[in-house]
Ligand binder design. Structure first.
Ligand code: NAD
Length: 247
């Protein structure tokens, strides 16, 4: 098993790619804390993992919530090896692409939420002698688009570069930090225009593989970077996008 004996926190793991990653981590031997705002779905996801799963209510924008989630992880599973900063919201439901309120909300969840996760996981990982942090950015953190609020692009670009800074600053502590850049995947809960079938069909033209990705195809990439198999990889970005960024 590729994560035998490891303890992981995955934010936003009540649904989507986070939930798929939690299932894969548990199959590979990890104990998994599912942190999410959604209590019902989060508890269900944790229960499905049996004694390897544990739910904590987490608001990634709230510093005290992160402190409590790390403390609960230490209490329940005794250590922290892996953090997956996966919680996020889309910018494709905004009617006003220049809404300042949307800018603040999206940046707060996607960027500040990731910063706070890194900040509060580091002491626990240092105490543990090392660890691995995987941050969910996006192809939208590398290239722009014409129908998504620019806060989504800005927030995911920030995740891409804060990953590299955290990697450089924490290499001496044996903590690796890498980013994942999914392309066209099943829509997010908060997707708007990008969930529209006609828009998705149009966008497939920019994907060399001419198909959307599946959640497990992202989970496998997260698994690799989280595991000791990636022991000499830090500050890297892995595109899981059917070749879109190669165009
Ligand atoms: P999703 O909407 O299915 O899941 C996101 C989860 O984050 C939800 O469970 C939600 O409750 C949780 N969340 C939102 N705000 C939160 C907060 N403040 N605190 C804690 N949890 C919160 O989305 P997904 O498709 O699984 O996306 C996962 C990650 O991958 C996101 O960061 C997203 O930006 C990124 N991503 C998604 C796609 C895509 O097309 N689906 C593509 C590239 C990148």
């Amino acid at each position: 098993m590729r994560l035998a004996g490891k303890v992981a926190i995955i934010s936003g793991a009540a649904s989507g790619m986070g939930a798929a990653t939690a299932r894969m981590f548990a199959r590979e031997g990890a104990k998994v804390v599912i942190g999410d705002l959604l209590e019902h779905e989060g508890k269900q996801a944790a229960d499905s993992l049996g004694s390897q799963g544990h739910f904590v209510k987490l608001d990634v924008t709230d510093e005290a919530s992160w402190e409590a989630a790390i403390a609960e992880t230490m209490k329940h599973f005794g250590k922290l090896d892996i953090l997956v900063n996966n919680a996020g919201v889309s910018g494709s439901a905004e009617q006003d692409l220049y809404s300042t309120a949307a800018w603040n909300r999206i940046m707060n969840i996607n960027s500040t939420g990731t910063f706070l996760g890194i900040k509060h996981a580091l002491p626990a990982m240092q105490a543990n002698g090392g660890g691995s942090i995987v941050n969910l950015s996006s192809v939208a953190g590398i290239a722009g688009s014409d129908n998504i609020h620019m806060a989504y692009h800005g927030s995911k670009a920030a995740v891409r570069l804060m990953t590299k800074s955290a990697a450089v600053q924490n290499a001496r502590h044996k903590i690796r930090v890498n980013s994942i850049h999914p392309g066209m995947m099943p829509a997010m809960r908060t997707s708007g225009r990008t969930a529209d079938p006609a828009t998705r069909a149009e966008r497939l033209r920019t994907v060399p593989m001419r198909r959307p990705g599946e959640v497990d195809e992202v989970a496998y990439a997260i698994l690799f970077l989280a595991s000791d198999e990636a022991s000499y990889i830090t500050g890297a970005e892995l595109h899981v996008d059917g070749g879109a960024m190669a165009l």
